[in-house]
Structures are given as structure tokens and as C-alpha cells.
Design a protein around this ligand. Structure first.
Ligand SMILES: Nc1ncnc2c1ncn2[C@@H]1O[C@H](COP(=O)(O)OP(=O)(O)O)[C@@H](O)[C@H]1O
Ligand SMILES: [Mg+2]
Length: 271
């Protein structure tokens, strides 16, 4: 961890305008102001197509803002840094590599000696319950198991910042809840700051310290809600708490309006 104590992530008036293939301009996000403290778990919710993934690409350094600033650990983001880990909806595993080799890939890439990388990879595989699966290939695993490999392959790099883009959306409901619990367990020991993008409000409340509601596209921050539910949490039980139901209702009032606006524009222009 770096020594300065400022926020982990800051977006200041960040906008992103894309040039479309037909030569037009498309504003994906506008004047975003967002702060993520160190060790904080922030969930970002918003209607489909509003600009959530674009926001993450700005933080990751995959894209530069057209206007405004994006800072990580107090420094302007320049390219993809090694402090940042990603988990996406699609599996990011190498299909031709075994589970162990997949999890070793990050440390090896960063020059960690093989024996050490292997030991670290095995430690993380054990933590995600895949110790006995290290010789399998990704196609020989279930969707949930592949997601566990992706989590191990991310956490093994000790990321200071974890960017997650609807990582569990493709999983069935029960596996999703299990993965959420597992993510919280893995994260709680690390001190990493998380930005977790989802269109699922329940998921966002169950996981996060703070839920950021985005407007209909082009997205900007509409409202930020603090989630004061106790930790450690188990998603299946936390969502039954009366406080959960109250905050759900409150946030839905804000989010639901943006979802309606997006729907009324028609499904045609939301990808
Ligand atoms: N590289 C790109 N070029 C042009 N338009 C893009 C690009 N990436 C995203 N967009 C557009 O920006 C808007 C926001 O997209 P995105 O951030 O993926 O939304 P979300 O993740 O909230 O569903 C969409 O209308 C999308 O079509
Ligand atoms: Mg997206």
C-alpha cells in the first residue's frame, strides 16, 4: 500500500465522449464526481447502457476522460497500473492453461519467481475452495468455479483497487449469492478499495459500504447512499433485515426513476 492517506479513487468532473463509427459524438458519462476511500466497497448502480462500464474504464486507465480528472492514490491515471485488478462478467481465464497456471499468470508476468508464484496461487486456490481442481482446464469447471478461478487470479496480485463489472451477472441466483459471500470474505482481509458495478440493487446493498446511483445515460452521479449494515455479512440473511428493506426502498425511489426514463426512450438505443 502506498503511504499517502488520501482517497483511493477520485473522479472530478470526468466526462467521456466517444466518436462513433459513423463519425458522430456520443457522450457516455458526464461530469462525474466520485470518491472512493481506501478500503471502501462502493457499488455503482444505474440503468442498462447509462455509462457504468465506461466509468470503470476511466478508473482502470483503459480510456482517458475527455474532460475532468481521474486520480488513483492521488495521481492522475496514466494507462493501466499494476495496483488495479479487474473482474468482468465474461470469464477472463486462459482456456489453454490449467487452473493453477491461470492463477500463477499474474505473479509470473510481474516477475515473481516460479516457486513463489505457485505457492501463492495454491494459497488463493485453497481460499476459494479449488485446491483439488488445480490441474483442470477452465472448460472442465462450472460457471461458479470459473468465477472462483477469476477471483483467485485477481486477489493473488494483491490489488489495491478492485474493479468489478457485473462479475456475477451470468451466474444462476444461488451461485451468485455464494459468490457474493465469498467475495466479501476474500476482500475483508485485503484492505483493497472496490468499485463494483451492477444493475442489481439488492446485490449492491448486500455488498457495499456506499451505493452510488447513476442517472439515465449519459450517466452522472445522481445520489450516494451510505449502507450501515453490520459486517461480516451473508447476503441471504442480510437482505431479510428490516434496515435492508428500508434502504432498498429508499434507493429504488431514486434508481427506479432513471430506469423508467431509460425504458421510455425505448430498448433500441440501450445496448
Ligand atoms: N467505445 C465506445 N464507442 C462508442 N460508444 C460507446 C463505447 N463504449 C460505450 N459506448 C456507449 O456509451 C454508453 C454507455 O455504455 P456503457 O458504459 O457500456 O453502459 P453500461 O455499462 O452502464 O451498460 C452506451 O450508449 C454505449 O453504447
Ligand atoms: Mg456495462
Amino acid at each position: 500500500m502506498s503511504t499517502d492517506t488520501g482517497p483511493a479513487i477520485e473522479l472530478r468532473g470526468a466526462s467521456k465522449i466517444f466518436r462513433t463509427p459513423s463519425g458522430g459524438l456520443h457522450t457516455a458519462v458526464r461530469e462525474l464526481d466520485l470518491t472512493v476511500a481506501r478500503g471502501e466497497f462502493v457499488a455503482v448502480v444505474g440503468p442498462t447502457g447509462c455509462g457504468k462500464s465506461t466509468t470503470l474504464t476511466l478508473v482502470s486507465g483503459l480510456e482517458e476522460p475527455t474532460d475532468g480528472e481521474v486520480l488513483v492514490a492521488g495521481q492522475p491515471v496514466e494507462g493501466v497500473g499494476d495496483k488495479v485488478g479487474f473482474v468482468f462478467q465474461q470469464d477472463a481465464t486462459f482456456p489453454w492453461r490449467t487452473v493453477l497456471s491461470n492463477v500463477m499468470a499474474g505473479p509470473r508476468f510481474r516477475g515473481v519467481p516460479k516457486a513463489e508464484a505457485k505457492a501463492k496461487a495454491r494459497e488463493w486456490l485453497a481460499r476459494v475452495g479449488l485446491a483439488s481442481f488445480e490441474d483442470r482446464y477452465p472448460h472442465q469447471l462450472s460457471g461458479g468455479q470459473r468465477k472462483r478461478v477469476a477471483l483467485a487470479a485477481t486477489f493473488v496480485n494483491d490489488p489495491e483497487i478492485l474493479l468489478m463489472d457485473e462479475p456475477f451477472s451470468a451466474l444462476d441466483v444461488q451461485t451468485r449469492a455464494l459468490m457474493s459471500d465469498e467475495l466479501l470474505e476474500l476482500w475483508e482481509g485485503t484492505g483493497a478499495s472496490v468499485v463494483f458495478v451492477t444493475h442489481d440493487l439488492e446485490e449492491s446493498i448486500a455488498l457495499a459500504d456506499k451505493v452510488v446511483v447513476m442517472t439515465a445515460g449519459p450517466a452522472t452521479v445522481k445520489q450516494v447512499f451510505d449502507i450501515d449494515l453490520p459486517r461480516p455479512r451473508k447476503v441471504e440473511s442480510v437482505r431479510l433485515l428490516p434496515e435492508f428493506i428500508d434502504i432498498y426502498r429508499e434507493i429504488w425511489e431514486s434508481l427506479g426513476e432513471e430506469v423508467r426514463i431509460t425504458r421510455e426512450r425505448g430498448a433500441a438505443d440501450v445496448a
